[in-house]
Design a binder for this molecule. Structure first.
Ligand SMILES: [Zn+2]
Length: 357
């Protein structure tokens, strides 16, 4: 198939202003590069921050116009001459978003997400909210053969991966009949509950969100043992009632604000663990620290996941351990990206919205 000279992309030209769909040159892949015909591109809350210019003081994004989305799935359209033969044109692939530009000790240890030379999509480099996306190296591609609803696969690159790593890291702390709460039931939360059910089926799972729609949406994906609507009840009181005074062994906090950290760390059992995976809204002041020492509690964080974990996540989806289709609630056209970003910003979105190209 001959490649087009130009293709459409949704561009952030001004912070917080509607995205502009424009034609940009289609690059030709060289050496280890692969050109992907994008089929689906997910909208993450991080995209909202980048779009609004919330992190511009930190140099994110590095330039305008900028292209969002680090949840990209598509088919191989063309490739450079150093790409192996088995990566054939037409093959369906998920793009690992947490790329790096140079190998270092973290990459050598398989902790690719911690590389000192990050080239993270839609944060420091352009993302995939466009018809064609140039992958700098074929090693960032994960085969998704066998997953039939291709656009719905996209969120496995961030929402699915980030929560997989976070849940995996709290697993060793969990014992039968423990109570585990997931705070926030959006894109990340709707995967976090699935990983907990799949990897620790012996714990009691509590879903916590500020809207009934979110609680109902999550309950349709997995069976929750209890739900807490924080806009209707005092979450601390409700959780102490649900856990019969025992408290929470673990919290997976997909919101990650000062409030959620203060409220939910106070509900931990001895040796309880608070895992932060959401982007911290304000400066978190953890005080007093004394309960963490005398109760041996753990407050920790987790950032996306490694390339190895990305392969695990896709394998888990292929085995049916998680329902990747149920997470995607809305499919948008390229011209509707602004609408999707606004829905996420105003907390009207459920699960994950994916742009279908
Ligand atoms: Zn994300």
């Amino acid at each position: 198939m001959p490649l087009p000279v130009k293709h459409r992309a949704a561009l952030v030209k001004e912070f917080g202003k509607p995205l502009v769909v424009e034609e940009i040159p289609t690059p030709e892949p060289r050496d280890r590069q692969v050109l992907i015909k994008v089929v689906g591109a997910g909208i993450c809350h991080t995209d909202v921050h980048v779009w609004k210019g919330d992190w511009s003081v930190a140099g994110i994004p590095p330039k305008l116009p900028f292209i969002l989305s680090h949840e990209v799935v598509g088919t191989i359209a063309a490739k450079g001459d150093k790409v192996p033969d088995d990566l054939k044109e037409g093959r369906n692939v998920l793009v690992y978003a947490w790329q790096w530009s140079r190998d270092d000790v973290y990459v050598a240890k398989g902790l690719t997400q911690l590389s000192e030379y990050p080239a993270h999509m839609a944060i420091v480099a352009d993302g995939g909210m466009q018809e064609y996306y140039l992958v700098s190296d074929y090693r960032f591609l994960v085969s998704v053969d066998g997953l039939e609803d291709l656009p719905a696969v996209a969120p496995l690159a961030c929402a699915g991966l980030t929560t997989y790593r976070a849940v995996k890291r709290i697993l060793s702390h969990l014992e039968p009949d423990d109570y585990v709460a997931v705070i926030g039931l959006g894109g990340l939360g709707s995967y976090a509950i699935q990983w907990i059910r799949a990897l620790a089926p012996y714990v009691n799972l509590i879903g916590v969100a500020g809207r009934d729609e979110s609680l109902e949406f999550a309950s349709r994906i997995v069976k929750l043992d209890a739900t807490v609507n924080t806009s209707k009840v005092d979450p601390a009181k409700a959780i102490m009632e649900i856990t019969k005074g025992r408290g929470l062994k673990a919290v997976v906090d997909t919101v990650g604000t000062e409030t959620t950290i203060m409220v939910y760390t106070s509900l931990l059992t001895k040796m309880g663990v608070h895992m932060i995976v959401g982007m911290i809204g304000g400066e978190a002041k953890i005080s007093p620290l004394l309960p963490f020492i005398v109760n041996e509690r753990i407050l920790t964080g987790s950032i996306v996941g490694s390339l190895g974990e990305q392969i695990d996540v896709v394998t888990a989806a292929k085995r049916g351990m998680v329902n990747y289709r149920a997470v995607v609630t809305r499919r948008l056209k390229l011209e509707e990206v602004t609408e999707g970003l606004e829905a996420l910003e105003k907390r009207r979105a459920l699960g994950r919205q994916v742009v279908v190209l």
